[in-house]
Design a protein around this ligand. Sequence first.
Ligand code: GSH
Length: 215
Amino acid sequence: MKIIIGNKNYSSWSLRAWLALKATGLPFDEVLIDLDAPDTAERIAAHSAAGRVPVLVDGDVTVWDSLAIAEYLAEKAPEANLWPTDPAARAVARAIAAEMHSGFGGLRGHFPMNIRRPPAVREPTPAAAADIARVREIWRTARARFGAGGPFLFGAFTIADAFYAPVVSRFATYRIPVGPVEAAYMDAVMAFGPMAEWAEAGRAETWVVPSDEVD
Ligand SMILES: N[C@@H](CCC(=O)N[C@@H](CS)C(=O)NCC(=O)O)C(=O)O
């Protein structure tokens, strides 16, 4: 398999799909496209007419969109349990991944993922504050209801964690205040091997995307 991704420092959608792919344990190649270069659109178009990364290529199958990629990987590697095995937990995991996929514009817009930015407080807008409260509620609820088997939302690492990993990074970067349950969850995500690997690579990048650099 081959995954086409954006800059590791900035591309939150790429991170989601890449983490899910890593969690399968399957080998893959990656192609990184700088998202702020003159030839960005042309390079992405060579892989997907949708014009967005991430894109997964598996032989003659091309899948675009991070959620579709995650679902494809869950089917391809059932032994990896990318979704929780319990049906009730799986339903909630899908719901919160979908909620992240289709929402949280206030948070996303005001707090761009920027892994190498030195952590410093940035005050939220009202929309971002509402999104932060909802994310914290999601994390606390999942940990309390389903998290007994491990440090992640549903115990073991699942697609739900992959989808919230960029938010974990943002909360750390912009020093969003959280409670002890959320802080422990954030520590677990940041310590997850593939997340640490991605973050290290992101910090080493030198591309600058001005629109994602905020005070
Ligand atoms: N809903 C899509 C969103 C993908 C997306 O917006 N990707 C951004 C990068 S994070 C992109 O490809 N931008 C293209 C560009 O900047 O030219 C997904 O989940 O994959």
